[in-house]
Design a protein around this ligand. Structure first.
Ligand SMILES: [Zn+2]
Length: 139
């Protein structure tokens, strides 16, 4: 059985009211509410508030609401959001993606060069296994 403290109960009241808590949590909250006058009063006040809100008639936003909000955000962000000419802005995400690909390509080329160098060195060692022999052969 879960034990909930006052602050946890307070945080879960909305979910409890909507019935979206797990059965275990709901039972624990119910248990707490039955024993705690303070939380019980808070839940009653919450229910009254929700009941009052549900009695209000539904209203719909004006048809140009979204456009006005976008225009305001565009102005306040100095054009960073809801830019009309999105092709004119600098595509930072594509630039960084291409830079990452470029760095990866450079890394792979360098790794391959190192592998080739090591291979050549070991091939040379196989051809002349004795360092003394190669030293004597040199003019
Ligand atoms: Zn409580």
């Amino acid at each position: 059985m879960i034990e909930l403290d006052h602050s946890e109960v307070s945080a879960l009241l909305s979910d409890y009211y909507e019935g979206s808590l797990s059965q275990e949590k709901s039972a624990a909250l119910n248990q707490h509410l039955s024993q705690c006058a303070e939380c019980h009063a808070e839940y009653e006040a919450f229910k009254r508030t929700m009941g009052s809100l549900q009695k209000l008639p539904p209203i719909s936003a004006p048809s140009d609401f979204v456009g006005k909000v976008q225009k305001k955000i565009h102005a306040r962000s100095q054009g960073r959001f809801f830019e009309r000419h999105f092709l004119l802005r600098i595509p930072y995400e594509w630039i960084s993606f291409l830079l990452i690909l470029l760095m990866l390509a450079i890394y792979l080329i360098r790794i391959q060069d190192q592998v080739q160098t090591v291979k050549n060195a070991s091939d040379a060692e196989v051809l002349s296994p004795s360092p003394d022999a190669s030293h004597e052969a040199a003019p």
